[in-house]
Design a protein around this ligand. Sequence first.
Ligand code: CP3
Length: 342
Amino acid sequence: MEKFENLFLNKTPIWFMRQAGRYLPEYRKLRDQKGSFLNLCFDPKAAADVSLQPLRRFDIDFIILFSDILVIPLALGQKLEFIENEGPILGDLPCINKLIDCDLNVCIQTISQVFETIEILEGKKQQKKLIGFCGGPFTVMNYMIERGTSKTHQKILKFIREYPKRSERLLKVIQEISLLYLLRQIKSGVDLIKIFDSWAGILSKKEYEKYVIKPSVYINEKLKQRYPSIPRICFPRGSGKNIISFIDQVDCNVLAVDEKYPQQLKEIARKKNIILQGNLNPTILAEGGERMKRKIKQILFDFKKNKHIFNLSHGVLPNTPIVNVSTAIEIVREYESNKRTS
Ligand code: CP3
């Protein structure tokens, strides 16, 4: 942990969610060459190259493994396809009773290309930190039940409310395989891990405790026991006020926030020595100009008493001009150097 803390001496480290992606022509070229997004994810050399693409352009501090949270349903035997301009489409949900009896280490082995990507990056990352990741168990379960992206989340909400026992069993399987997956990523060479719980915000307070906090406590505890020096970033997106219960109970090192978080969170994070990460709206990054400048300065001011990693509240949008990303980074760096001299 010592070295990670040093990153914050006079510095606001920077990275962007989806920093490798469709807004970069070199990404689009490689994806087209490989035929599909998933082919790219499962080609270790290409995936490692894509992970490094944003670092060749920008002065950023972290590399994020190029993959997707939905490789977990795939490892559990659920079909997965990404349709251009539509997103993921998943096949039938595997039988939950059968999943319970599966050897999850064998399942993980079916996506072992991810670990080869990490091994390649391990040799190329130089002084940069490499972030590995998985989805929050509830978010992964959401995609498995909805079988794709959903606006209403009707199926998942119906599922957990009508079949609480089945839901719990499925959640446990996902929790267990996600933990194994992260442990293997760490063994392969990642320096930090991030858990993306993108749909934490659709649940009631009680459901949030059961489906977001409980699995997060479990995964963070187990990782901390095995690898205490690997920092853990949690991102329970859309949590609103529930994020206070989250920070109370989940032992993470970094808490990523979206734009709507309660003000007292900053003080709690300071007391618990938890770093905050966030939270520029990607639409503002895509727009650029004065509004972006103002917003970034405001964010840096808002988090100035906290240890802070500059990031977005969601992924970089495909229509983002590349120059806006470099301008955003310059603004953060300029603020840092003013901080040092003042
Ligand atoms: O951040 C990075 O640069 C690392 C790679 C990464 C991707 N997805 C690549 C990707 C990471 C960390 C993710 C996480 C992910 N994947 C999440 C959690 C964060 C979030 O966005 O809420 C979720 C929910 C997914 C599932 C997913 N993957 C969806 C719903 C979609 C379709 C929507 C879209 O933006 O196209 C994807 C596709 C995806 N994952 C792309 C990339 C670069 C675009 C694929 C393409 O090239 O067409």
